[in-house]
Design a protein around this ligand. Structure first.
Ligand SMILES: [Zn+2]
Length: 128
């Protein structure tokens, strides 16, 4: 029960961030779904984003990062005709958006292994 309430709180936070980013970057017709799956994705053709439930269960900071990562694919796709992939440009955009929400990523190749706040306090650490 406690976990369900936590998950609901987090998806509410994600809804707000999703709306905020869509407005700020003028993203149209994107739907975000939460699904019991291993991998999340951003599907350009259907404009659907899937966030796995496990990412929600990692807590609000990681879940926020995950959403921003997937939305970032659409920001570059829509503005630059960029076809996916985690380039330097992608990462810079992701870092910029995360920072706007007070998150500093520490990367492990493509994905984050740690998230810190603007005062360098650790908010999330990947479990090995
Ligand atoms: Zn990606």
């Amino acid at each position: 029960m406690k976990q369900i309430i936590e998950n609901l709180k987090i998806t509410k936070i994600l809804d707000i961030i999703e709306e905020d980013i869509k407005n700020r970057y003028d993203l149209k017709n994107i739907t975000v779904k939460f699904k019991n799956t291993l991998c999340g994705y951003a599907h350009y053709k259907t404009r659907k984003i899937t966030i796995p439930i496990w990412a929600i269960q990692e807590g609000k900071y990681f879940a926020t990062y995950y959403l921003i990562h997937e939305l970032c694919h659409f920001i570059l796709h829509d503005k630059k005709g960029f076809n996916g992939g985690h380039t330097r440009r992608f990462k810079n955009k992701e870092i910029e958006i995360l920072k706007y929400y007070g998150l500093i990523p520490i990367y492990n190749r493509v994905y984050v292994k740690e998230l810190r706040d603007l005062n360098n306090n650790i908010l999330y650490v990947e479990e090995k």
